[in-house]
Design a protein around this ligand. Structure first.
Ligand code: FAD
Length: 409
């Protein structure tokens, strides 16, 4: 049917002159590399348009940087945890659960009083304004290049400005965001354990080479994170053009470490959904959601340089750090009540190489640009808006599916 549409009305003379795999050799109309939200969204959109797709996923699971672990007795998202209340939350399904309800700041292990909190807010306002002003003169300049921190409050503000989270903590999903993304992809055909090393579009079709063999399709959508494309082994034939290559080398992924901790009943003693921003006595900036959904649990989060530093030491050290950070604030009772921890390690994961990437709009556009007319790109770093987030991954999946559909028409 597809072949008839290609050759029928226009006639054989208009068929491409290049040698192509016979239709029987094609694994799909479109091969999609990566079963994160971008790849699954692209696959669903193409399937809805009656195109045959196959997703090639290196891991033994789908969802990519959205993954829910339940081994601690609560739904702990080791990756993406928050999304806006709205269309995407609805599409992913799962009951939205509200974000933090109370917040506190602790410096060097001491929670700030209401009066001290006002001073902290002023410091934050001043430093944010200074950075904004510096960036009007020098767009994209690093916070650490223009701001200095002498006091603990300034240290915490600077750490936050140097590695801002690109998403709002609006809602999470009951049962976990990762679990919802996995459900979203349930009906998508995925080949797990398919580690792609090369995408070759030099023939009439596209050949996607995995460590276990090659597959052919009319088009491909590559959705792997920027860090994976940059680090390799991931080759393109013909090679990627200089603008895309420049973006890959010039935009490192940001590190973010998430540590889930579980406790005995009633601990830590604090109201549910409490968001704590803190600087430990050793000067390490962190954030914690304590008693999420009123569970006897906490999720400690580090971002940027602090995440890199702790993540490097491994999951046990990450767990120990997180427990100490909480004990400094809530007292040693939490140590006695501690029952277990689990830490992410995305920067050391060969299929992630970090948490997210937020390139400038022009770089995101260069990353998103099709390669050799039949290889398309999606991922959280390729979208112009909300870059580095689930929303961006979803939007890029839809965009890339539209591009592939236009080619297949
Ligand atoms: C700790 C952390 C916290 C975060 N928190 C939030 C949050 O709260 N809210 C938010 O909006 N975003 C958050 N993010 C970012 C969010 O997770 C990503 O933006 C989103 O999941 C990206 O989806 P994606 O499909 O573009 O990429 P991915 O989910 O990374 O999917 C890419 C897929 O490609 C696969 N792959 C990689 N290499 C290969 C290969 N060679 N061959 C085959 N397959 C390959 C990977 O295994 C993966 O499944 C967070 C990320 C992290 C790590």
């Amino acid at each position: 049917m597809r072949r008839r549409a290609l050759l029928g009305a226009a006639g054989l003379a208009l068929a491409p002159a290049v040698v192509r795999a016979a239709d029987g050799d094609l694994a799909a109309d479109v091969l999609i590399v990566g079963a994160g939200l971008a790849g699954l969204t692209a696959a669903r959109a193409l399937m809805a348009a009656n195109k045959k797709v196959l997703v090639l996923e290196a891991r033994d699971r789908i969802g990519g940087r959205a993954f829910t672990d339940t081994s601690l007795g609560f739904a702990f998202d080791t990756g993406a945890a928050w999304l806006p209340a709205g269309a995407l939350a609805k599409e992913l399904g799962g009951k939205p659960v509200g974000g933090p309800e109370v917040s506190a700041v602790s410096l060097l292990g001491k929670p700030l009083s209401a009066e001290a909190l006002k001073d902290y807010a002023k410091t934050e306002e001043t430093m944010t304004a200074r950075l904004k002003e510096a960036r009007t003169r020098q767009p994209g300049v690093a916070a650490t290049a223009v701001l200095f921190a002498n006091t603990p409050a300034e240290q915490l503000v600077l750490a936050r400005l140097a590695a801002p989270m690109p998403f709002e903590k609006a809602v999470s999903l009951e049962g976990g965001v990762g679990a919802a993304v996995a459900r979203f992809g349930l009906r998508v055909p995925v080949k797990l354990g398919a580690h792609v090393v090369r995408v070759d579009s030099t023939g009439g079709n596209v050949t996607v080479v995995t460590t276990g063999g090659a597959l052919h399709a009319r088009a491909a959508i590559v959705t792997v994170p920027v860090g994976v494309l940059a680090a390799g082994p991931f080759a393109f034939a013909p090679p990627l053009k200089p603008p895309k290559r420049a973006v890959l080398t010039g935009n490192a992924m940001v590190a973010s470490l998430r540590v889930g901790l579980s406790f005995a009943r009633g601990m830590p003693k604090t109201p549910a959904n409490a968001l704590l921003g803190g600087l430990t006595r050793a000067g390490v900036p962190f954030e914690a959601l304590v008693r999420p959904a009123n569970r006897d649990a906490a999720v400690v989060v580090l971002t940027g340089a602090a995440a890199t530093q702790i993540e490097e030491k491994g999951p046990s050290a990450s767990g120990a750090f997180a427990l100490s950070a909480l004990a400094e604030v809530y007292g040693n009772d939490v140590r006695a009540a501690f029952t277990g921890s689990l830490a992410s390690r995305w920067s050391h994961d060969p299929f992630a190489r970090g948490a997210w990437c937020v390139p400038a709009a022009s770089s995101a556009a260069a990353l998103a640009a099709p390669h050799d007319s039949r290889v398309f790109f999606a991922s959280d770093a390729t979208a112009a808006a909300h870059t580095g987030t689930l929303e961006a991954a979803h939007a890029s999946g839809l965009r890339s599916a539209g591009e592939a559909k236009a080619l297949l028409r």
